[in-house]
Design a protein around this ligand. Structure first.
Ligand code: GFB
Length: 352
C-alpha cells in the first residue's frame, strides 16, 4: 500500500512523492523546481549562519541545505555517505570543522588534528564519489608558515614551512584538506577549491571563556567582569596583531566566489591596513561596556603567534571595487548586541 501525500507549500512548488522515494526527496524538488542544491556543512556555526543570512539573495536559484554535527557526525564515513545520499547535493560549501581559539588549540592538539582530518577526508571523498559540481573548502590564515613568509602573506606561501606551534595540529590537518582537494582536481578535474579566511567574528560566535576565539571570549569576559565588579583581564601582552573579518562579509564573499566559479585558492580578509592589536580590540569591547578603566593585561598567558598579516591582491580582483568591509567598531557592536540578546540566559546558568 503506497502512502501518497500532496504538499503545496508555495504556488510554484508542487510535490507528489511516494513513501519509497523519500530518499530522493531532494531529487524530486530538484526535478520540479530545477533548483540546484547547495549543501552547507557547519551550517549552524558562525560562518554557516552568515551564509544563512545572505542566502535570501540566492533562494530563487538554489536550494540551501544547512547541516550541523547534530544531524550528521562527519567524522563517521557511513553517516557522511548517508548525508550525501539523502541530499544528493550539486554543490558543497564545507565549513564544518573542530575549531577554537589559541588556548583550545594549544590544549587539545590530538582532537584538533584527528577530528579535522576525519571530517575533511570524509567530505572531500564523498564530494568526489557523488560527483559534486563544485566544492568550496574552508582553511584559515593561521595555517600559513610562521617564519618562512614575507609580509603580506599570499596564497603561494601555504606550504613553505612550519605553522606556528600553538596551532600546528589544526594547521596541518587543514593543509591536508588543501592537498586532498588539489589531488582530485589534478587527477579527475574536480572543481574543488579552498578559501583561506583570516580571524572571523560576528553573531552566532562561540563565546566560550576558555575555548572561544579572542574577540567573542573577551566580550563574554568583559560582560562578566562588569557584572562582578572585577578587573577585565585580557590574556597576554595585548601586542599581537590580527586582521578580523565580520562573518556576514565573509559569507557575502564566499557566495561571490561561488557564483563567479573561482577555482583557485583565495585568501579572504580585510586589507592589511585594518590590522589591529589584541589590546585595541579589548579597549573597543571595554568602551562598549563603559568599562575602559578596568582593563588589565595578564602576560602570564601566551600571546600565541605575534602576527599573520595577509595581503588580498587576488581577492581585490574578484570583488567589485566598491565592496565595503564592515568597520571593526560597528562589527563588534553588532556582536555584543547579539551576545546580550542571545547568549546571556545560557551563560547565567553556566557562570553561577
Ligand atoms: O583568536 P585567538 O584565540 O587565536 O587570539 P589566534 C589569540 C590572541 O588573543 C593571543 C589573545 O594573542 C592571545 O594572547 N587573547 C587575549 C586571548 N585574551 C584572550 C582570551 O580570553 N581568549 C583568547 N582565545 N585569546 C587562531 C588559531 O589563532 O586563529 C585557530 O588558533 C584559528 O586555529 C583562528 O585559525 C582563526 O588568532 O592566535
Amino acid at each position: 500500500m503506497y502512502a501518497k501525500m500532496i504538499i503545496v507549500p508555495t504556488p510554484q512548488l508542487f510535490i507528489i512523492f511516494e513513501k519509497k522515494n523519500i530518499k530522493n526527496f531532494h531529487n524530486n524538488i530538484h526535478m520540479i523546481t530545477n533548483k540546484k542544491i547547495i549543501l552547507v556543512t557547519g551550517g549552524s556555526g558562525l560562518v554557516g549562519n552568515g551564509i544563512k543570512y545572505v542566502s535570501d539573495l540566492y533562494n530563487e536559484k538554489y536550494e540551501f541545505v544547512f547541516t550541523s554535527s547534530k544531524q550528521c557526525d562527519l567524522t563517521i564515513m557511513k553517516d557522511t555517505v548517508e548525508m550525501f545520499k539523502k541530499y544528493n547535493p550539486n554543490y558543497v560549501i564545507h565549513l564544518a570543522a573542530c575549531v577554537g581559539g589559541l588556548f583550545k588549540n594549544m590544549n587539545n592538539k590530538v582532537e584538533m588534528l584527528e577530528k579535522n582530518l576525519m571530517i575533511n577526508y570524509n567530505v572531500v571523498k564523498c564530494a568526489h564519489d557523488y560527483k559534486v559540481e563544485k566544492l568550496i573548502a574552508c582553511l584559515s590564515t593561521c595555517i600559513f608558515p610562521d617564519k618562512e613568509v614575507t609580509y603580506p602573506i599570499d596564497e603561494s606561501m601555504l606550504h613553505n614551512g612550519a605553522p606556528h606551534f600553538s596551532n600546528d595540529a589544526y594547521a596541518y590537518a587543514k593543509r591536508m584538506l588543501e592537498i586532498h582537494c588539489r589531488c582530485y582536481k589534478e587527477k579527475y578535474g574536480d572543481n574543488f577549491t579552498c578559501i583561506i579566511p583570516t580571524n572571523i567574528y560576528g553573531p552566532n560566535d562561540n563565546f566560550d571563556l576558555e575555548n572561544g576565539h579572542v574577540l567573542p571570549a573577551l566580550i563574554h569576559k568583559c560582560f562578566l567582569a562588569k557584572q562582578k565588579d572585577d578587573d577585565f583581564i585580557i590574556r597576554g601582552t595585548g601586542k599581537p596583531l590580527r586582521q578580523f573579518i565580520f562573518s556576514y562579509d565573509l559569507a557575502k564573499i564566499i557566495m561571490i566566489i561561488f557564483e563567479k566559479n573561482i577555482n583557485e585558492n583565495v585568501i579572504i580578509s580585510v586589507p592589511e591596513e585594518h590590522e589591529i592589536s589584541i589590546g585595541d580590540i579589548g579597549k573597543i569591547i571595554a568602551d562598549n561596556f563603559d568599562y575602559g578603566d578596568r582593563v588589565v593585561f595578564d602576560s602570564t598567558y601566551s600571546d600565541g603567534q605575534y602576527k599573520k598579516t595577509v595581503g588580498i591582491e587576488k581577492l581585490k580582483k574578484i570583488l567589485d571595487e566598491n565592496f565595503q568591509f564592515t568597520n571593526i567598531k560597528d562589527g563588534i557592536k553588532i556582536s555584543i548586541d547579539w551576545f546580550l540578546c542571545n547568549y546571556t540566559p545560557v551563560i547565567m546558568k553556566k557562570d553561577e
